[in-house]
Design a protein around this ligand. Structure first.
Ligand code: AP5
Length: 186
């Protein structure tokens, strides 16, 4: 599940995971849990996340591979990744990691949402849930980092014929129906 901060990756990934019997892996959620538990990774990650910067590739990659292997050992039959890959290096890593485990990425579902709507959603969540990176200054930096560093990942999967854009504006159910239509068709 791919898209800018606030596009609904987490919301939609949870729904698709539940309906398709997949394991949902959110790198943001794993990192927030590490921060809460004050693990060495959490202490490192907080310095980046507070500013809306990306946590270094090698740390997130190791964390992701550990999570995937743990779920495979528990019998997982497929995954939906949310918030990963976010750099071209991470995309290369993910392809290789899946290959080594006899699998591959099938879809990059891109949730397309305009800038004003993203800022509106995230400011609202900042007020209601108090997520520490949902302040205007940090939101704008997250969107900037996304544009500069994460957006090029789209090209990587377009070249592989795996890019599926979805209009991410509408109710949660409407967006979900658009995603399900893609999964049914292909
Ligand atoms: P992460 O947790 O991935 O945050 P994000 O990408 O900024 O995305 P959000 O969780 O804010 O939004 P979302 O697209 O998941 O939308 P959501 O469903 O929550 O990452 C946080 C940080 O961790 C990063 O900045 C980075 O520092 C670090 N990190 C994570 N992964 C990394 C990686 N791979 N490499 C390096 N660093 C990494 O929805 C947002 C809000 O909108 C919610 O309130 C929701 O209820 C609402 N909403 C959802 N859908 C709709 C809709 N259709 N209409 C109206 N509101 C909606």
């Amino acid at each position: 599940m791919f898209g800018p901060p606030g596009s609904g990756k987490g919301t939609q990934a949870k729904k698709v995971a539940a309906s398709q019997g997949l394991v949902h892996i959110s790198t943001g959620e794993i990192l927030r849990s590490a921060i809460e538990r004050k693990t060495p990774l959490g202490v490192l990650a907080q310095q980046y996340m507070d500013k809306g910067e990306l946590v270094p590739d090698e740390d997130v990659q190791q964390m992701l591979a550990n999570a995937v292997d743990r779920y495979i050992a528990e019998g997982a039959r497929g995954f939906i990744f949310d918030g990963f890959p976010r750099t071209l290096d991470q995309a290369g890593f993910l392809d290789q990691m899946m290959k080594e485990r006899g699998s591959e990425i099938q879809y990059l579902i891109f949730l397309d949402v305009d800038h004003d709507e993203l800022v509106k959603r995230l400011l609202l969540r900042g007020k209601t849930e108090g997520r520490s990176d949902d302040t205007l200054e940090v939101i704008e930096n997250r969107l900037e980092v996304y544009k500069k560093t994460t957006l090029p990942v789209i090209e990587h999967y377009k070249k592989q014929g795996k890019f599926y854009p979805v209009n991410g504006v509408g109710t949660i159910e409407e967006v979900n129906a658009r995603i399900c239509a893609i999964l049914r068709k292909s």
